[in-house]
Write a protein that binds this ligand. Sequence first.
Ligand code: HEM
Length: 472
Amino acid sequence: MTLELNDMQGLLIRGFGNLPSAQYVLLRFSDFTGGKQYLRELLPAITPATDKPDEQAVQVALTYAGFSFLQLPAEGLASFSREFREGMTESHRQFILGDNGENAPDNWAWGNPAHDEIHLLLIIYAKDESTLAEKLAVEKNRAESYGVLELHTLPTGLLQDHKEHFGFRDDISRPIIEELVDNVEKKPGVTFPAGEFIMGYKNLYDEYAPAPSIPSSKDVLNVLPVSADLPDRKDFGKNGTYLVYRQMEQDVFGFWEYLKGASKDNSEAVSLASKMVGRWPDGSPLTLTPEKPDPSLSTANGFGFWNEDKAGLKCPIGAHIRRTNPRDHLVTERTQKDSLEMAAKHRMLRKGRPYGTPVSERLVPEEILGLPRDDEKRGLHFLCLVTDIRRQFEFVQNNWVNFHKFGGLDQDADPIIGNHYKSDIVVSDEFSIPAYPVKRKLKNLPNFTTIKGGGYFFFPGLRALHYLANHE
Ligand code: HEM
């Protein structure tokens, strides 16, 4: 099935890497009519997937509270997934996501509905800072003139060589959407049917991804397509998807100080950090080059763990990339094929960007290790697009990132993003490094990342936005 790119927002198929400046603006409607008028005006400014902009781009997503405020019909509201309706900070979700202790929503700067109910996320990308400032002024004016209140503006900044703040190359492993590539050779775990990430298309179960819909009678202007599997309903989800947003502050100095304390020299600290990530700082995967980085492999992604590294001697079972995508080796599955198929059902399209000033421009770990601590706030605006928040993002966060017994481990969580703590029943602040003849265990890991805000958004197709802006 061909993708309706003209009805999709561009972020679904690209990352706007050529537009390095960006800001995320969180907004709230203040009146129903003004909110709809605002959306009507905003619509032509939104960048569809058919455009390849080289100046600026605007994307928009709404929360459940936003759709309610604009009075999407009750049947439509009820058809969103439970996790979207309940929101990221609902108490059961906090438990699933591991948002307790210092990560609890009470400590967030935004996203806790007790403090500020967010309705809308506007993402603005631009080719440079001055174009961004101009575009932001236009969008802020537009919002203000319709009584749409600006709650938070969150800056971003791409780092050198695609790095994240700890100093590792990011954004290497990406699912390939089969419908976007001509004559693609389908490969489990590598290529994916669009329905995993975009609603209105078949997913890995050969089903249409569950999507919000409304009774056909409520689409008086006949804007929406008929739902593919519910003939008496209109598909509000088509060409849209869910957007998960987590603002994660990174304690870069804490991370490298901990590693320095666990190592005899800088070179060992860098190897231990790489064991935690599963790739060397330049991106080369430990599974393919376990002893030292190999720049020729810095974007290599065609590897598995089953044949190469079942015991985790090269890339530890609990490394960040192995937990978030165990590929062909899930200890719970009996065959390589089962593992691959199972792991594939929990992938995400990651679209986040770093924020804050980096500790150094080049972010070379050996340099970072010699720098004095500063008070700058920095981290990652983690964003991912998924058609099923529970099966994709929450599953990974709950069963793989934070589960202390993942893969036969006992007292470990994801070393770089996991919630590390000790309670009467759970210890999750260790990191096991399989090695022969003696394995190594790092203990008392502090949290290297802390959640500072977050929310579940829906990233609608353009017809859905048109419907929302015009329905009675
Ligand atoms: C500050 C927070 C984070 C940092 C610094 C970080 C860093 C990294 C790095 C350096 C990589 C390797 C590059 C690549 O394979 O593309 C990576 C991969 C990945 N991360 Fe994260 N990450 C963070 C948060 C998260 C979160 C919250 C999730 C999801 C729950 C996540 C899921 C993934 C996935 C799925 C991969 C690709 C694994 C693979 O396919 O091999 N990350 N991350």
